[in-house]
Design a protein around this ligand. Sequence first.
Ligand code: ADP
Ligand code: MG
Length: 620
Amino acid sequence: MTDIIQLLPDHVANQIAAGEVVQRPASVVKELLENAIDANATEIKLIIKDAGKTLVQVIDNGKGMSVTDARLSFERHATSKIKTAEDLFQLNTKGFRGEALASIAAIAHVELNTKRSEDELGTAIEIEGSSVKSQEVSVTPTGTSVAVKNLFFNIPARRNFLKSDTVELRHITDEFHRVALAHPNIAFAYYHNGSELFNLPNENYRQRVVHVFGAKTNEKLVPVEEETEVLKISGFVGKPQYSKKTRSEQFFFVNQRFIKSPYLNHSINAAFEGLLKDGYHPSYFLNLTVDPKTIDINIHPTKTEIKFDDEHTLYAILRSAVKHSLGQFNIAPVLDFENQSNLNTPYGYKDKPANAPKIQVDRSFNPFSENSDLKYSQKQHNTSFRKVPNPSWESLYVGLESKGNTATDNFSEVTFESNAKTESIFIDDSAIESTKSTFQIQQKYIVSTIKSGMLIIDQNRAHQRILYENFLKYITIKEAISQQLLFPHQLHFTPSEVKIINQLKTDLEHAGFVFSEISNKEITITGLPVGVPESEVSIILEQLISDVENDVPEANFSAADLLAKSMAKSLAIKNGQSLNNTEQEHLVNSLFACKEPNVSPTNRTTFITMSVDEIEKKFV
Ligand code: ADP
Ligand code: MG
């Protein structure tokens, strides 16, 4: 018998990787625009034909590439943006994976033209399905042009999977909006089939928002400005009376990167509480600036999620900054409605000392102090959302206490499946030595001892794993226990969101949700899974919808799995939450009662160990 394992040829590997990076023409648009921005361009042109099916071209006046770099840029994992793993924690560029151009070139016809300012002549390269067709010296202006033609020419299944031109163009325009809003100081032009859709000069943020969403937008905007040690916020929220039935005007940018965050979205909703009609969503265009070290950009190329070290604090600061702005501009009903002159103050607001909002609300806020005022005010307003340590902690016991067993008992019949790592911990150490000696560092990690050394657990990921297995179990055995609500809980969604809920209805019911009505835009809930607080329902469903929308359903797409993951994500204790000893111990024990304790539901490491040997080595 000969050996049978072979390394895949590069073009095949690229084609597989491309499936991840490039889902539709809009993904190409995003990657090319981001490359142009990373190249410090000040003017960027986007040219589209047939909703990107025939052509996606991006022309920039950025720094261009040398001959060698031009060729290398199409290699997989070739990037000029990071050199070491540490660089990942201080990313200042959009790209870093070095796989976009390689992936695109694997599934399209690509023409690159590029020149650096110091060079007389540029380089033109043509690539089709990963193979270089030509490379020439070219006369071209400084900067880079990448033309991507006939996307998916060699993957007919993918090509057929594309939606109508209207839908694909919509996706491209969404992508364009996000990039253009994040970079008001860059001029953008956007053409489709020869007609100009946008022509945006270098401008300030307010002008950019107005140019993108139309002149009428100007009067809607209320500035939000706040600067604290951990977070700088700037941008606008829409006045409540202009709120929309869709979420199409909701934008968060973190360090100039568009992100989706149902959690932070919730904080804006909380700030608007009492100001919106049922079923309406606030508009917002908010730029958040945080230390890059405190965020974890999703390694997945197409996801717009991001992990913050301390979401609690961000939530609180954001909520109070928005609330304050609404109050400052006389929008909150408690304030005087007569004095409306401020409402129309356009750009001048920042320069007028009398108006400059000094936000005091947060100065004393200490998310780590058990007694912070905020905690109480949130309780009062019943918008509490995981900032109060105790209630959410109960969710760790979701479904468990209902059977009157401990976590371990409940899982005693669980068989270990893929457990190389697990075994090494449990069999060698025969158990965690004693969980009495756990402690928490930075409200983020739990440290515990094991016979061979020590164990460091990521509390959020660990809790996600625990909740995930619980939910999945209940969904699959269809035996969840619901708690009846005293009053039906009504939620408003767009028709397309309702559709998603409808698709998942059966699984949601198995998880313990009880729906009394699902209409075109309203959902009435009369029962919830045990342990899920009523205040969390909207966030769970929003998270779920956003997860479904972001996840391209694959063949092995399992609604139950997605639901369990999504609920676990919504309900898991966050980083920044302090846990007492009992809670820590319970978390550790429940984690190791899981089938796959090593990884979170999204495959991230939940704990690491350090053996005494390793520790000793560090002391030599
Ligand atoms: P990444 O952006 O993750 O580094 P890409 O495959 O998108 O990976 O690009 C590979 C490399 O090609 C980049 O790191 C950059 O050096 C170079 N490059 C791509 N596009 C441009 C551009 N428009 N201008 C200058 N350099 C570019
Ligand atoms: Mg890139």
